[in-house]
Design a protein around this ligand. Structure first.
Ligand code: ZN
Length: 135
C-alpha cells in the first residue's frame, strides 16, 4: 500500500519493500561483494560464510559464499541498511529523506557495487545496482 515517506515531508508515494525485493537485493549484494573479494582480496584469509535471508517474519534459503572479514562486514552492513530501507520502488538515493549513502561505510558498499557492476557488464546490471550505487 502506498505510504508517505518519513521525514522531510516529501511524498514519494512509495511502497514498503516486499520480501521478494529484499531477497533479490541481498542476493545481488552478496554476489557483487563476493566478486569484488575474489578479485581484490585473494591475498587475504577468506572463509566460508552463510548469509541468512530474513525479513519481517519471512525467511528464505541462506546464501553460501566465501569472503574475507572486511567484505563479510560490508555485506552485514549492507543488509542492515537494506532492512532499514522501507522503500520498494526506490527513490533516487540522493532524494531520499533518510540518505544512508552519505555514511562512509555506505560509500564503500557503493564503490564495490559499481566495481562489480562494471566487471559483470553494466548494461545488464544497471537496474540491479540502482539501490546500491547511490545514483
Ligand atoms: Zn574481501
Amino acid at each position: 500500500m502506498p505510504v508517505k515517506a518519513f521525514g522531510g515531508g516529501i511524498d514519494y508515494n512509495l511502497q514498503m519493500m516486499t520480501f521478494e525485493t529484499y531477497r533479490r537485493e541481498v542476493t545481488t549484494l552478496t554476489t557483487f561483494v563476493t566478486h569484488f573479494c575474489n578479485d581484490k582480496h585473494s591475498d587475504l584469509p577468506r572463509e566460508a560464510r552463510t548469509i541468512g535471508i530474513r525479513y519481517g517474519t519471512e525467511t528464505a534459503e541462506p546464501i553460501e559464499t566465501t569472503l574475507c572479514d572486511g567484505c563479510a562486514e560490508t555485506v552485514a552492513y549492507g543488509i542492515a541498511r537494506l532492512q532499514g530501507c522501507p522503500y520498494d520502488e526506490k527513490p533516487k538515493c540522493r532524494k531520499c529523506s533518510d540518505p544512508c549513502y552519505e555514511r562512509p561505510m555506505w560509500k564503500r558498499v557503493a564503490a564495490i557495487m559499481r566495481y562489480s557492476g562494471m566487471k559483470l557488464g553494466l548494461t545488464k546490471v544497471r537496474k540491479k545496482i540502482r539501490f546500491w550505487s547511490g545514483a
